[in-house]
Design a protein. Structure first.
Length: 361
């Protein structure tokens, strides 16, 4: 696990910078946003593995994710899929569903080694389909698969193929569904409307969940939701800039404060929204031009008194000392903030996003 943690930590180095590129390429600087860095990294690993003749692309991906080789990327992704993202509902943990699927034009040749990699390392379903005469039917099949794997949270990941679009050779899709409960749930009777201040100085009224318990609200077992709240009500963009420029911020827990503050009052707005974007545009910010016509990514998240529920889907179309008693603090998230859903043993960032206006779905 230490080796996995180190590898995931290396991959995490690009997460906050990727967030900046996503915001820049989707004009979402003042809007809600959520995506899954874990799925983006798996997609990149698959692209590197499927491009044996394109060493430039593979080498760039290996360098970007700070791995030693494509084999190392595949090994890391395989361990993430089989261990970190394994469902732990039966043992009292959160509900997790991670799945990979591959659809390829039935007339094309597939190297046995690549098929084995998909089946055994990525635990992917493998499907030969008719892209030449039934492309829209295949799209509907992929969308139905995604909807089923995310318990209905994500629908219509792939748009219909326009008649002028180039012929599709293959689609790789991956999904992630997460439903975790707070260690100690918020009391619904304490939920009430309160003001949330927007970047432009206006405010909206939104139901907020409260707690006065002296413990942090985290998702059960080794998963947690971290909320990064800037001091200034309009300070999220500049805070994200600072965090993204701090190398290793998400790589090592030691970068975070080594002790926890005792919370006197905790207030977080309830929120629920989804977000879709074409990821290859954001990846160009790293100088990476992938040989694909499209990498569609869609995520959704819901946070309430019980816990957090989130789902994501992506698809690419190819062509020491005793301390004094801590001071008690209020944590009132009444203005835009950043959130991260993370697995602590590996450091894997499942979801990352920003809440700009919790009243918007």
């Amino acid at each position: 696990m230490m080796d996995l943690k180190e590898s995931v930590g290396n991959q995490n180095d690009i997460v906050l910078r990727l967030t900046q590129h996503v915001i820049a390429t989707t004009s979402r600087k003042t809007s809600n946003l959520v995506f899954s860095p874990a799925l983006i990294n798996v997609i990149l690993s698959i692209i590197a593995a499927s491009s044996p003749g394109d060493t430039d692309t593979a080498d760039k991906i290996v360098s970007l994710l700070q791995a030693s080789s494509t084999d190392k990327l595949n090994a890391v992704s395989s361990e993430i899929v089989t261990t970190v993202l394994a469902d732990s509902t039966a043992s009292g943990g959160p509900t997790i569903s991670a799945a990979n699927g591959f659809w390829i034009e039935k007339t094309l040749y597939v190297k046995p080694s690549f098929k084995d990699l998909l089946l055994y390392s990525y635990k992917a379903t493998f499907n030969r389909v008719d892209f030449r005469t039934k492309a829209d039917e295949v799209n509907r099949e992929v969308n139905s698969w995604v909807e089923k794997q995310t318990n209905g949270l994500i629908t219509n990941l792939l748009p219909s193929n326009p008649k002028s679009a180039p012929l599709t050779d293959h689609i790789f899709a991956n999904v992630l569904f997460f439903n975790g409960r707070w260690d100690s749930q918020f009391d619904p009777s304490l939920t009430k409307d309160s003001d949330f201040h927007l970047l432009d100085g206006t405010k909206v009224s939104k139901s907020s969940i409260y707690s006065t318990e002296e413990d942090a609200k985290t998702v059960v077992r080794s998963f947690s939701m971290q909320i990064y709240l800037p001091d200034e009500k309009d300070g999220l963009p500049s805070m994200l800039e600072r965090l993204a420029s701090t190398r290793g911020f998400l790589k090592d827990n030691e970068v975070l404060p080594s002790h926890s503050a005792v919370i006197k009052e905790l207030k977080i707005p309830r929120f629920k929204f989804d977000f879709a974007f074409e990821a290859s545009e954001a990846l160009k910010g790293f100088g990476l031009v992938v040989p694909l016509s499209m990498i569609m990514h869609k995520s959704c998240i819901e946070v309430d008194e019980v816990g957090s529920k989130a789902a994501a889907a992506a698809a690419f179309r190819g062509i020491g000392c005793r301390r004094p008693p801590p001071e008690k603090h209020d944590f009132v998230a009444d203005h835009p903030f950043l959130f991260i859903v993370k697995e602590y043993r590996s450091g894997l960032v499942l979801f990352l996003g920003q809440v700009m206006d919790p009243s918007k779905h």
